[in-house]
Design a binder for this molecule. Structure first.
Ligand code: ADP
Ligand code: ADP
Length: 211
């Protein structure tokens, strides 16, 4: 299974990718997590990408492509979450797959209104222990510390200003990728406003049609 989960910030890409990964064994490749891990390492590259991350701007294509590519190697089943985000990255992905002799099975676009997304992102919490994502109302962190000890914190870039900026960039640069992949007969859209498990069911059905 080689699929892309496409969709705006807060649509549930991370949530669905981690559920798909648990159920199918496919590797969850999230470029946001790759960027945050680099920042945490304190490397020069981390310092460079931090400015973009904190503002909610895209990291320049050549940098993110180089950070992302090694993660494709060796895994024969994966779910991309947060990559590609514009046409130039989509082309870079095509080239990387060609070099590896691999082919994309499909692209699943999660759809929800901006109003819903802002509500979700404001209630989003991430576990510092496991990296898992929760929502204070829709998917509360477990109270049992054996399952996830936390602490459960708000991401630094989940501020109103950064969320607005990221959604703007999504609509301008990333959303056109839906047409790009529809033209290549790879796109399926899923209503992401449903409950988490219903979205998972639709995503699994879409994967079943493509793989
Ligand atoms: P979100 O999609 O909610 O903005 P992510 O966790 O996916 O957050 O990504 C965090 C940050 O990492 C982004 O704001 C951006 O700076 C950077 N990033 C992640 N993926 C990409 C990408 N494909 N291209 C450019 N920058 C990226
Ligand atoms: P993305 O990776 O697309 O930015 P996340 O998976 O981080 O999105 O989800 C954003 C927030 O919305 C999280 O707090 C998550 O728990 C919550 N969430 C995800 N899917 C749903 C859903 N179907 N209904 C309600 N809340 C959801």
């Amino acid at each position: 299974m080689k699929i892309i989960l496409l969709g705006p910030q807060g649509a549930g890409k991370g949530t669905q990718a981690s559920r798909l990964s648990e159920r199918t064994g496919a590797k969850h490749i999230a470029t946001g997590d790759i960027v945050r891990a680099e920042i945490k390492s304190g490397s020069d590259l981390g310092k460079k990408v931090q400015e973009y991350n904190d503002r909610g701007d895209l990291v320049p294509d050549e940098i993110i492509v180089e950070m992302f590519k090694p993660h494709l190697d060796g895994a024969d089943s994966w779910i991309l979450d947060g990559f590609p985000r514009n046409e130039s990255q989509a082309k870079a992905l095509e080239e990387a797959l060609e070099e590896l002799g691999l082919e994309l099975d499909g692209v699943i676009a999660l759809e929800a209104s901006d109003q819903e997304l802002v509500e979700r992102l404001s209630g989003r919490r991430q576990s510092e222990a496991t990296g898992k994502t929760y929502h204070i109302q829709h998917d509360p962190p477990p109270e049992d510390s054996d399952r996830d000890p936390g602490p459960f914190v708000q991401r630094k870039d989940d501020t109103e200003e950064s969320i607005k900026n990221r959604l703007n960039i999504y609509h301008k640069q990333t959303e056109p990728l839906k047409d790009y992949y529809a033209e290549r007969d790879l796109l399926t859209t899923v209503d992401a406003t449903q409950a988490i498990e219903s979205v998972t069911k639709d995503v699994l059905a879409a994967v079943g049609e493509k793989v």
